[in-house]
Design a protein around this ligand. Structure first.
Ligand code: BES
Ligand code: MN
Ligand code: ZN
Length: 458
């Protein structure tokens, strides 16, 4: 990833001005231009239409100014993306925009390139941080999104449980956090479901446990699904369903990105991050359909489908998280295809019994252009994953309400936490959008940061 710092320059230096002009302000703007510039606009047929951009030439054929029609689209990153098509150079926003911080962030997020295997050709145009915008905040969000994207985009061959641990170690070291890891056979006693899911891979399963911050501060625990590749297990996925499954550690990537934001902002809270990291592989010793597992919590789980592996490893990690009764417990996971069927790739689903949290998530999500949508923890659907031999089945037979039953399954493993929310994220942009290049994506992370800051560290 290109360092966002090279894309968003510190304020207080000049740049080619970018004027955002609404269609209704166009006449006034046009009138104060020099006659030759007015003619230039006319000969280009430019009237400041939304989503159009015009470069004005200066002396000696240099680029002097850029005029952009304000975007009508609701996407706050659309304008920044339009400006990213400008030639290389340094630009500065001139005049007012209602949310210049989102313009700056959109600019940085659009500049992201995944360059691990092929170096990007150039950084492209650069932006001087607009006045009144907190550059450090923008860079913090852009860097965390870049971390999530890099982790998700890296193929499973280079991002197994071990490499995910390495990424967690690097983050912990950078912020002087404590980290402990339990791997392989040692998981069998305390985390039997993490072990069962991960044991068929030669790349050992593990539970990563990071803690940071003063122990007397409000306690936040984040849990992230770290399935480094999901073949489906013995209930193997078809090729089309397996193609993108390197991204099944997206939840883990998200909680690492969110933890990075929290620690670098120095929020006054006690943070714990738990990542069960496994590969859902196929081998003679793989767990099977019909097996019954005893979870950390003691609940027994019949395996209806080895492809519903995420909820198994999360259940053991959530049970551990719940033991110290955190003030807020959040898990993030690429958990179900059903959440995508319901809401599509742009809108992560989330589930909580806490109405304040839910309302704040919706409000902040719109405010920071990182939207989320609530789905219900509809208790009667507990009947859809009953088992005739164990306390629970990990997959309903009906397929009805797949995202909700997965959330209800997880909910059974949380009792003591003061508040709990589950996020079912896609972690992927299938086709590029403003501020969102194709590939791995951070979703709900910036919104969560804002909500956590106001709830726990306000
Ligand atoms: N990782 C998948 C869910 C997934 C698939 C997320 C595609 C995003 C895109 C998960 O482990 C899974 O396979 N879930 C199954 C559950 C079913 C077997 C009950 C699903 O959603 O089909
Ligand atoms: Mn699966
Ligand atoms: Zn999965």
């Amino acid at each position: 990833m290109a360092d966002p710092e090279t894309v968003l320059l510190a304020a207080g230096r000049g740049g080619i001005p970018i004027s955002v002009v609404k269609a209704r302000d166009w006449e006034a703007f046009r009138r104060q231009l020099a006659p030759d510039m007015r003619r230039w606009c006319e000969s280009n047929g430019f009237k400041s239409q939304p989503g159009r951009l015009l470069a004005l030439p200066g002396a000696q054929g240099l680029l002097r100014q850029v005029v952009v029609g304000d975007a009508e689209e609701p996407d706050a990153f659309a304008l920044a993306r339009l400006c990213r098509s400008l030639p290389e150079g340094i630009y500065a926003l001139s005049g007012g925009l209602s949310k210049p911080e989102l313009f700056a962030l959109g600019w940085c997020l659009d500049a992201y390139r995944y360059d691990r295997y092929r170096k990007a050709s150039s950084v492209g145009p650069r932006l001087v941080c607009p006045g009144g915008v907190d550059r450090a905040e923008v860079l913090r969000a852009a860097a965390a999104s870049g971390l999530v994207r890099d982790l998700v985009n890296t193929p499973a061959s280079d991002m197994g449980p071990d490499e995910l641990e390495t990424a967690a170690l690097a983050l912990a070291k950078a912020h002087k956090a404590k980290i402990a890891v339990i791997s392989g056979k040692a998981l069998e006693r305390g985390f039997p479901m993490i072990h069962a899911v991960g044991k068929a891979s030669p790349r050992l399963p593990r539970l990563i446990d990071i803690s940071w911050g003063p122990s007397r501060a409000p306690r936040l625990t984040l849990v992230g699904k770290g399935v480094c590749f999901d073949t489906g297990g013995l209930d193997i996925k078809p090729a089309s369903g397996m193609a993108l499954m390197k991204k099944d550690m997206g939840g883990a990537a998200h909680v690492l990105g969110l933890a990075q934001m929290i620690m670098s902002a120095g929020l006054k809270l006690r943070l714990r991050v738990l990542i069960p990291a496994v590969e859902n592989a196929i081998a003679g010793n793989a767990f099977r359909p019909g097996d019954v597992l005893t979870s950390r919590k003691g609940l027994t789980v019949e395996i209806g489908n080895t492809d519903a592996e995420g909820r198994l490893i999360l259940a053991d990690a959530l049970a551990l998280a719940d033991e110290d009764a955190p003030d807020l417990l959040i898990d993030m996971a690429t958990l179900t295809g059903a959440a995508r069927v319901a809401l599509g790739p742009d809108l992560p689903a989330f589930f909580t019994d806490d109405d304040w949290l839910a309302d704040e998530m919706l409000r902040q999500g719109l405010a920071v252009n990182d939207p989320v949508w609530r789905l219900p923890l509809w208790r009667p659907y507990g009947r859809l994953f009953e088992s005739s031999v164990a306390d629970l089945n990990n997959a309903g037979e009906s397929g009805f309400a797949g995202a909700i039953t997965a959330a209800l399954f997880l909910r059974r493993f949380v009792q003591k936490a003061k508040a709990y929310a589950h996020f079912d994220v896609f972690a992927w942009t299938p086709a590029a959008l403003p501020g969102r290049p194709r590939g791995g994506e951070a979703q709900a992370m910036r919104t969560l940061f804002e909500v956590i800051r106001s709830r726990l560290a306000g």
